[in-house]
Design a protein around this ligand. Structure first.
Ligand code: FAD
Ligand code: SF4
Ligand code: SF4
Length: 416
């Protein structure tokens, strides 16, 4: 591998067994175009050896790798079997109960059955009582965060705000919002991944010694947090320990910023990005609306698949099953946010904001289950197609499928 000259020169020098190095993550995930830009590897590295390449936006080695294996172990496209993090579905023993992380019986081995909506304590269609500018659906995520900040329950929230670089219109970048104003300025959806968990190096923010942070993220980002919290390691500069609440945005796929916004929208379809009020993926269509109400674009989302992240095809966690609360648009009428409260921690947070919400039952919970089923079928098909036992890295497909079915067997991941 051309980037690792020193490493190659060391070939033949015996190394302790069981080590996985960053270059193996690079070969199996990043260079293989399977990275979903969650930033878990950056946050997991105890020696702060992984950074974000400014040009590509992908993880890169910024200093020596010690071969501790953690970047690989926690990567949702690498060694992490994220389904092991899903609490049991409704009607079963452990509904919504997150075991204490000291509980040795809670380990990353195999997951519970992934039926229905997963663990559900309460589920609603939610909308902010006060209508807010710039929100994506019912504004429930922003309203919840503002209520938590104002009640002093959190010191900040990891969200995505618009890039300030004029060359990057409609690009979301990660930030810790510490005030209601900052939360509101970050409302709405950006259809790009932000390497969000890399932002958990809180030394860039004035937050005191023991900050409490809520994380809003796509399900893969929540998987990364859950995994690192379930297996407590020293995580270097990144304060995974500070995360007290996780809010997953329902997600079937995300996109490459340049591919989607600059190439497909601006260059090919001549969308005037300065006039855009909202970009939405809804009911299988990509819809772009200008501030004057004009629809700039309304096309089947499948026409944009070349700019979707390839690693998203392998993801079977549309519903964000390991979050405290999952929120999205599917399952509710336009202008409302479908909200699934999964844990007691999530319920306590939601209660605090309840007075700021209009609530009613989900309009179409079956739509959520149907889309979840489709998402899983795509993931299985994608894994099957990419299964190459002669490649540099392969996932034992049979075992992976068995895990989705709720087997107690540990997934086998082999690196060659
Ligand atoms: C990439 C992506 C794909 C999605 N796919 C679906 C889907 O298939 N089906 C579905 O029902 N819902 C999907 N959603 C969720 C949906 O778009 C809304 O975010 C959700 O309904 C909440 O709406 P709201 O009005 O309550 O949120 P708002 O009050 O508008 O707040 C949204 C919050 O999300 C944060 N955010 C925005 N973009 C990102 C990002 N890229 N990464 C991390 N945080 C971000 C914002 O900073 C803000 O805090 C997706 C969201 C994203 C970002
Ligand atoms: S998918 Fe996430 S953890 Fe894996 S390499 Fe990409 S950014 Fe790192
Ligand atoms: S589809 Fe899955 S892997 Fe892709 S951004 Fe959404 S949660 Fe992450």
């Amino acid at each position: 591998m051309k980037h690792y000259r020193l490493r190659e020169e060391m070939n033949g020098v015996a190394e302790p067994p069981g080590k996985v190095w960053f270059w193996e993550l690079a070969a199996g995930v990043i260079d293989a175009d399977r990275c979903v830009r969650c930033g878990t590897c950056v946050a997991a590295c105890p020696s702060n050896s992984i950074g974000v390449n400014r040009r590509s936006g992908l993880p890169e080695l910024v200093k020596m790798c010690t071969g501790c294996s953690l970047c690989w172990d926690f990567c949702p496209r690498g060694g992490l079997r994220y389904e092991a993090l899903w609490p049991r579905s409704s009607g079963e023993e452990q509904v919504g109960a997150w075991p204490d992380t000291d509980d040795a019986s809670w380990k990353i081995s195999a997951g519970p059955p992934a039926e229905g909506l997963g663990a559900v304590l309460e589920a609603y269609a939610v909308r902010s009582v006060r209508r807010r500018e710039g929100v994506q659906d019912g504004g429930a995520v922003s309203t919840l965060l503002v209520a938590l900040l104002e009640a002093g329950q959190i010191d900040g929230a990891l969200v995505a705000k618009p890039s300030e670089d004029p060359a990057e219109p409609w690009k979301g970048v990660p930030t810790i919002a510490r005030s209601a104003e900052e939360v509101r300025a970050a409302a709405g959806s950006f259809y790009n991944q932000t390497m969000a968990l890399g932002e958990l190096d809180l030394s860039r923010y004035e937050l005191g010694r023991n900050p409490r942070i809520a994380v809003v993220g796509t399900p893969c980002e929540v998987q990364g947090i859950r995994a690192m919290q379930a297996r407590r390691w020293s995580t270097g500069a990144h304060r995974v320990d500070a995360v007290v609440l996780t809010i997953a945005l329902l997600c079937t796929k995300s996109f490459d910023y340049e591919g989607l916004v600059l190439r497909e929208l601006r260059d090919r379809r001549h969308v005037d990005l300065r006039r855009v009020e909202k970009i939405d993926v809804v009911r299988g269509r990509m819809v772009v609306r200008y501030r004057d109400g004009q629809i700039a674009l309304d096309e089947p989302v499948k026409r944009f698949h070349t700019s979707a992240l390839k690693g998203c095809d392998e993801c079977a966690d549309f519903l964000g099953r390991s979050a405290d609360i999952s929120m999205g648009s599917v399952g509710s009428l336009d202008g409302w946010t479908s909200t699934i409260i999964r844990t007691e921690r999530g319920r306590a947070a939601f209660e605090l904001a309840r007075a700021a919400f209009d609530l009613r039952d989900l309009d179409d919970p079956d739509a959520l289950v149907r889309l979840d089923g489709l998402d899983k079928r795509i993931a299985f098909g994608s894994l099957e197609r990419s299964f190459d036992p002669d490649g540099p890295l392969f996932i034992d497909y049979e075992t992976h499928v068995a895990n989705y079915a709720g087997s107690e067997r540990r997934a086998m991941v082999a690196i060659r």
